[in-house]
Design a protein around this ligand. Structure first.
Ligand code: PAF
Length: 317
């Protein structure tokens, strides 16, 4: 049941994007210490009015938690109190969802982008120029969650969350501590400077696993077969050359090891792009292999393997 009266709240941290990762971040940030939920975390709704939304969360141990989350409406003046906005929408939704909100947030609001792929940080950093006290952190997470239904998610995988400052004001210490508090031994939170190097490394993982599993309709583990080895090497070599022109030095051997490690660790999983293609949803291809092609074009480099994958996946939707 959805409560319709505007609930009281004092939103310090807001999450934009209430999909599986957005809700997972919500639950993690609310319950950083057991039996002591924080009441300053809200989700931002697509609707103009604010409402309470019952949420169900199955944690990694299988325990079920029920909470009422505040879904802050886009016309709610309390958007102006938000000091940290965690953007968990898909890469292709970032600009449309975030840019209209910038003027409504606290003038000191810090933004964290957490999505697969690269690209939206360029438009977002440009859009932040009129707000000199705001700041931008970029990140990636390998935490995994599955949507049981729209408002019930299950935490299905632990992993690392990697973050780093990109531009504008740095993240305030107390907000840094709030994010850090979601870390545990199995799910560390790492801070990297410069952050783009770790995002290119994660881009390599996605540039291999996502299009190949989507095109071959297979689980991640199948990519360990020898038949994919040459193509995987070519994808990585092209990416390393483009990253180098962007000022990012990557080691192709270490990158290949990392990609195969993720393939092994997630062998039974079906990648997000496999699932997007299967469910006829928009894919993030333009921000993964498409981003590599875009940067290659900028540097007048040829990346035929990534180009071919980008074109083939785009033609599926
Ligand atoms: O997009 C995904 O599915 C994931 O980022 C990854 C790491 C490729 C595992 O499936």
């Amino acid at each position: 049941m959805v409560h319709t009266t505007a609930p009281a709240c004092s939103p310090n941290i807001a999450i934009l994007g209430a999909g599986a990762i957005g809700q997972l971040m919500y639950h993690q940030l609310c319950h950083t210490s057991p039996n002591q939920p924080s009441h300053d975390v809200v989700l931002i709704s697509r609707q103009s009015h604010t409402q309470l939304q019952p949420l169900r969360f199955t944690d990694i141990k299988g325990q079920i938690h029920n909470t009422d989350a505040v879904l802050l409406g886009t016309k709610d003046p309390r958007l102006n109190e938000v000091k940290l906005l965690l953007v968990c929408v898909k890469a292709y939704q970032v600009e449309e969802a975030l840019i209209p909100l910038l003027s409504k947030l606290s003038p000191q609001c810090h933004i964290i982008l957490l999505h697969n792929g690269l690209g939206p940080h360029i438009a977002v950093s440009t859009a932040l120029r009129p707000y000199p006290e705001q700041g931008l952190t970029l990140g990636t997470t390998s935490l995994a969650a599955l949507a049981i239904n729209q408002w019930h998610i299950k935490h299905t995988g632990v992993g690392v969350t990697q973050l780093g400052h990109y531009c504008g004001h740095p993240l305030a210490n107390h907000l840094h501590a709030r994010i850090q508090a979601i870390a545990s031994q199995e799910q560390p939170v790492e801070w990297h400077q410069p952050v783009l190097a770790v995002l290119w490394q994660k881009l390599a993982v996605n540039a291999v696993i996502n299009p190949l599993t989507a095109l071959h309709q297979c689980a991640n583990g199948q990519l360990a077969d020898d038949e994919y080895r040459e193509q995987i090497t070519l994808i990585i070599n092209e990416l390393v050359a483009v990253a180098q022109c962007d000022g990012i030095e990557l080691d192709p051997t270490l990158l290949t090891e990392r990609v195969y490690k993720v393939i092994a660790l997630t062998s039974a999983n079906f990648s997000s792009m496999y699932q997007d293609v299967t469910h006829h949803r928009t894919t993030e291809i333009d921000y993964i292999n498409g981003y590599i092609c875009q940067r290659a074009q900028h540097h007048k480099l040829n990346v035929p393997v990534n180009q071919c994958l980008a074109t083939k996946v785009a033609s599926l939707s």
